[in-house]
Design a protein around this ligand. Structure first.
Ligand SMILES: Cc1cc2nc3c(=O)[nH]c(=O)nc-3n(C[C@H](O)[C@H](O)[C@H](O)COP(=O)(O)OP(=O)(O)OC[C@H]3O[C@@H](n4cnc5c(N)ncnc54)[C@H](O)[C@@H]3O)c2cc1C
Length: 388
């Protein structure tokens, strides 16, 4: 039976970051991945994710966000790969927008450079958007796009250069902990580790059933549109538009001129802006997969886009489904399995976890190798829910 210091289950955003961190600490680390890293049935594909620091969701994330951005930068250097595009991030909404006011409050609390904007300055600086006369905004220049597939690939390359191993097409079936370690049961036989990190995204409930009542996996659609002919979108930032209570907020990713080509050499649609509606979606079994994108999905996104940025809502250039794994309060579940010393997890990343994956990977690797972490993840412990 193979013996490892750390086995990481899942080679997506969090698993690849944890593998990198564990390898850097000198641990003998193995990653087991059911499909392939950042594959298109999980949560870490689609060429672009927003990273930002003025966090309306909860200001407690800010130290983890700062840590993560530093780790993306060091990963760029170590892997000699461009992962970040600092095109900025704009939040817009009505005068009582929790998103915009939350960004401003988070910036104030952590002394982050963010411009607070009124409707006139929004129109002057960001002419693509149609905002009402009482709209407010918050712009963070030190924000933008992180490239997910390239990031996962870079983390795994760095980890492998330090001796880590990756097994693709291996499904972990169960985890049996005893006083001496953890037996990891897989469809290719068993392996043994001192500690296990579960970074299984939408599949987490299969391995940690006690978290199942707290996790809901939903189908999301991302779509790329070319601007209408003659409109230049090249200087636009990433953005989120708060349409007020009871309406899903709309987010957009800036066009990414350095977006890589796919394996066949075809340029990805990310040379155009990407759109999505944040919030609810159909519940999905990740093994069955999300239903393909259909006309009604595209029409829903296109009509929101027409309302917010009509000059950008041209021809559809591409679309894909993706999974959110939601927790009840939209915040992550991170920690050590109840009653265990050796099994650690990050789950329920609730549609905003990519930008924080380096901090989560570092925290999990520290827990796995030393039993403690200096990163402030206590507010993400599942114990905040009565069910846990
Ligand atoms: C449309 C969309 C837009 C988003 N936008 C943003 C954004 O702008 N900014 C941001 O920060 N975040 C964003 N997110 C969220 C972010 O992408 C996710 O939170 C993050 O990628 C989740 O990473 P993960 O490692 O938890 O899951 P995944 O990347 O899905 O990785 C889990 C991996 O575990 C593997 N696995 C599962 N079970 C097993 C098993 N039993 N054995 C072996 N392997 C297993 C899976 O195959 C998978 O590869 C977005 C998500 C979506 C869907």
């Amino acid at each position: 039976m193979n013996r490892w210091d750390v086995i990481v289950v899942g080679g997506g955003a969090v698993g690849s970051a944890a593998l990198r961190a564990a390898s850097e600490s000198g641990a003998r680390a193995l990653c087991l991945e059911l499909h392939s890293p950042a594959h298109s049935r999980g949560s870490s594909h689609g060429h672009s994710r927003i990273f930002r620091h003025s966090y309306f969701e909860l200001p407690d994330y800010v130290p983890l966000l700062r840590h993560s951005t530093g780790r993306f930068e060091s990963l760029e250097r170590e892997s000699k790969t461009s992962l970040l595009n600092r095109c900025g991030m704009l939040a817009m909404g009505p005068p009582d927008s929790e998103i915009v006011l939350g960004c401003i409050e988070s910036a104030r609390r952590w002394s982050l450079p963010v411009d607070a904007l009124d409707a006139a300055s929004l129109r002057g600086r960001f002419p693509w958007f149609s905002v009402s006369d009482d709209a407010i905004g918050a712009f963070e220049a030190d924000a933008g796009i992180v490239r997910p597939e390239a990031t996962v690939d870079a983390s795994i390359r760095v980890a492998r250069s330090l001796g880590a191993e990756l097994r693709i097409g291996w499904r972990v079936l169960g985890l049996l902990e005893d006083t001496g370690g953890v037996t990891v049961q897989t469809d290719h036989g068993n392996a043994r580790a001192d500690a296990v990190i579960v970074a299984a995204g939408g599949w987490t409930s299969q391995l940690l059933p006690e978290l199942a009542p707290l996790l809901t996996v939903t189908r999301q659609v991302q779509a790329w549109f070319a601007p209408v002919p003659g409109v230049d979108a090249s200087a636009m930032p990433c953005w989120i538009f708060d349409r007020g209570q009871d309406r899903r907020s709309v987010y957009g990713l800036a066009p990414d001129p350095a977006a890589p080509s796919d394996a066949g050499g075809t340029p990805t649609p990310s040379r155009h802006p990407k759109l999505g509606l944040h919030g609810s979606g159909d519940i999905v079994n990740p093994d069955t997969g999300a239903a393909p994108v259909d006309d009604s999905d595209i029409e829903r996104i296109r009509s929101a886009y027409r309302e917010i940025a009509p000059s950008l809502a041209g021809d559809l250039a591409g679309c894909a489904t993706c999974l959110y794994t939601m927790s009840p309060d939209g915040q992550f579940l991170v920690g050590t399995r109840r009653g265990s010393r050796r099994i650690h997890f990050a789950a329920g990343l609730s549609g905003h976890g990519f930008k924080l994956s380096p901090a989560l990977g570092d925290a999990l690797a520290q827990l796995a190798t030393t039993g403690r972490t200096g990163l402030p993840i206590g507010f993400l412990a599942p114990g905040r829910f009565a069910q846990a």
